[in-house]
Design a protein around this ligand. Structure first.
Ligand code: FMN
Length: 174
């Protein structure tokens, strides 16, 4: 893929908050897993874990825990991304506070872009009651849920959200 094509993909991705119920194919799910697996990672410890959830009852409980963002449970597939806090043994508090969150975030962005390339919509959702999500999924104590990603065929095509002008977010120094 050429850089312009990749940039086009990045520019055209939108957060999607309305979905058709059609299930994803095995090939699509496999592509999302690969996208997540190949993200960069601090010390290559891969301090992340993703749940792929198709169970409707669980999805509805997650939507409720996400302050009633019910579009989550409209999607045929919902991912929950967790940081693996065992990274602390290698990188101390900086590992837990930063690296593990970055590990998950890099994987999330790969997943969002791959979903978009497959013609699927998705949304990064991090506003939720963490303790509630932990208990709904019965997570082990070393996993901390940091993101929920509903994925499915889009049932809306939102306009682009505004971006900050370059001079507000970039400074060149030579
Ligand atoms: C860390 C993070 C948390 C977010 N949490 C939510 C959320 O809880 N609910 C939601 O609808 N969108 C959420 N979003 C999506 C943003 O609202 C969205 O990316 C932003 O408005 C830009 O729109 P775009 O993704 O369509 O370009 C989140 C995005 C990020 C990066």
């Amino acid at each position: 893929m050429r850089a312009e094509e990749l940039l086009e993909l990045i520019r055209n991705r939108r957060s999607i908050r309305a979905f058709l119920p059609d299930p994803l194919s095995e090939a699509e799910i496999e592509a999302l897993v690969e996208a997540m697996r190949w993200a960069p990672s601090a010390g290559n410890l891969q301090s992340r874990f993703f749940y792929f959830i198709t169970n409707k009852q669980l999805q509805r409980q997650l939507a409720r825990a996400a302050w009633e963002q019910y579009f989550i449970s409209e999607a045929p597939l919902v991912l929950v991304g967790c940081v693996d806090t065992r990274i602390q043994a290698h990188y101390g508090t900086r590992g837990v506070a930063l690296y593990s969150v970055m590990d998950v975030s890099a994987a999330v962005q790969n997943v969002l872009l791959t979903a978009h390339a497959l013609g699927l919509g998705s949304c990064w959702v991090s506003a939720f009651d963490e303790a509630a999500v932990h208990s709904i999924l019965g997570l082990p104590s070393h996993l901390r849920p940091v993101v929920i990603i509903p994925i499915g065929k889009p049932a809306e095509s939102p306009a682009p959200r505004p971006r900050a002008p370059k001079d507000r977010i970039v400074q060149f120094r030579d």
